[in-house]
Design a protein around this ligand. Structure first.
Ligand SMILES: [Zn+2]
Length: 459
């Protein structure tokens, strides 16, 4: 089927908007042409986008949809509905918070069977490995097999609270890095030094503190730059492509900037909560905003924004990871609360307001931060992440004159809570299209339903 998406406002590299029509055939963009210039043709279905800002469909490179295994927290249906409603057309799910973790081809297939009937938007997967597979040597066979299956890379942890997905020690990490390098796999690292964080956490536990800032002080600030420094040193030595997830500290961002200046193939992401929230919010909201790494200080918000502006931070992901609400998320003792919160639905609206309307990031650059850059880094480009001939017709349609108020009851995620409740934002997501079909409408419809979303193999 051919479709003509009419009157879309597309951002140009200088940030200006240009009215175009987009010709799509079987879900793939054929041509972008000046609005109104395409001759009426039989068999071409017109779709009027009404002059809305149309950006490449949002890509969230870091979500935990917990399916199968922990579907009381999130499942692939509610997670991808939430994504569609948040202008996200492709999500990239982490390997570690589902059972079994995505560490073998068999586990990969178990995961695919569980999630494919549920997906409202397209999805890609991170793979991973564990200390057991490193020590047995099985990783040398498994990582190339996962690469063949199309994972975007492998995720490892320098510290982990997950029994089914433990941290790698430095020796194990080097071995994983060597193998990733040999198989051209990107390695994503959760970087907080295990021993430093454990030492201060235990010290503070012994003092009997249970307040939110006890958790922040325990997972001490320096644990992040210390781990990033180690990870970068190993990646430099092994010449491994490296990606630091959810950077939360100014000191961590400085190390990444330095690595980039040296020409290392290193990238980084941060999350809306590390840009927009800090210790004051942790004191105010308590266990609701417990996450790993913890919220930091206002000076870190500022440094991370500077990193977004100067390219130290390549893109913004969410680390979407809801806990069961309220039982895992509302409690006086901060140590007992689940670390994580939903975010996939609010990322594009929050960042449109804060980056474009408040800080003047141009709309083209905004598209890079939300879509193009994660697509490039994760091997999904140019199928995803760009409005160009040959790419999937994935569109996020935004009314720049509209407005959005973040409301818990409007979230589609399994567990509905947000630290951004009541935030009033400029701009409104009106429609989301995946491969030419509308998957979300701001009236609350999901026309394609579950099972439409398909797996995107990284190349
Ligand atoms: Zn995560």
């Amino acid at each position: 089927m051919q479709q003509l998406f009419q009157n879309a406002q597309i951002a140009q590299p200088d940030g200006s908007l240009q009215a175009v029509d987009i010709l799509v055939d079987a879900g793939i963009i054929q041509q972008l042409i000046p609005a109104g210039s395409f001759p009426a043709a039989a068999g071409v279905v017109p779709v009027d986008l009404g002059g809305q800002f149309v950006m490449p469909g949002g890509i969230d490179g870091h979500v935990h949809f917990d399916d199968p295994g922990f579907t009381d927290r999130e499942d692939f249906g509610t997670g991808t509905m939430s994504a569609a409603a948040g202008g996200v057309t492709t999500i990239v799910d982490m390997p570690c918070t589902s059972l079994p973790p995505v560490t073998t081809p068999d586990n990969f297939m178990v995961k695919m069977r569980a999630i494919s009937p549920k997906a409202y938007v397209d999805y890609a997967l991170w793979g991973g490995t564990t200390p057991t597979f490193i020590d047995s040597g099985a990783y040398k066979r498994l990582l190339p097999e996962l690469k063949q299956l199309g994972v975007v890379g492998i995720k490892v942890y320098t510290t982990s609270g997950m029994l089914t997905y433990p941290r790698l020690d430095t020796r194990q990490m080097v071995m994983a890095f060597e193998c990733a390098r040999a198989n051209d796999l990107l390695v994503a690292v959760h970087a907080e030094d295990h021993f430093l964080a454990t030492y201060y956490t235990e010290k503070i536990l012994h003092e009997g503190r249970t307040d939110p800032l006890a958790y922040k002080d325990g997972r001490t600030y320096d644990a992040e730059p210390l781990a990033i420094s180690t990870v970068l040193a190993l990646a430099r030595r092994e010449n491994t492509r490296i990606h630091i997830v959810h950077v939360s500290t100014a000191a961590g961002a400085r190390l990444i900037a330095q690595a980039k200046a040296e020409g290392m193939d290193a990238t980084a992401e941060t999350c809306p909560h590390y840009l927009l929230l800090n210790r004051d919010d942790f004191v105010r909201l308590g266990s609701l905003v417990k996450c790993t790494p913890p919220l930091r200080d206002r000076s870190d918000n500022d440094a991370l924004w500077a990193g977004v502006m100067d390219g130290t931070i390549d893109y913004i992901a969410t680390d979407h990871a809801p806990g069961i609400y309220p039982v895992e998320k509302v409690m006086d003792n901060i140590w007992r609360a689940y670390a994580g919160m939903p975010g996939v639905q609010s990322r594009v609206p929050l960042m449109l307001h804060e980056a474009y309307f408040v800080r003047g990031v141009n709309l083209y650059r905004f598209g890079e931060l939300m879509s193009t850059n994660p697509a490039k880094r994760l091997g999904l480009f140019p199928r995803k992440g760009v409005l160009a001939a040959g790419s999937d017709a994935d569109f996020t349609c935004i009314d720049l004159n509209g407005s959005t108020t973040i409301r818990t009851e409007q979230l589609y995620t399994m567990n509905k809570y947000t630290p951004f409740e009541g935030r009033e934002l400029r701009g409104e997501i009106r429609k989301t299209f995946v491969r030419g079909n509308q998957v979300y409408d701001s009236s609350g419809l999901f026309p394609m339903g579950p099972g439409y979303g398909s797996f995107v193999k990284a190349g």
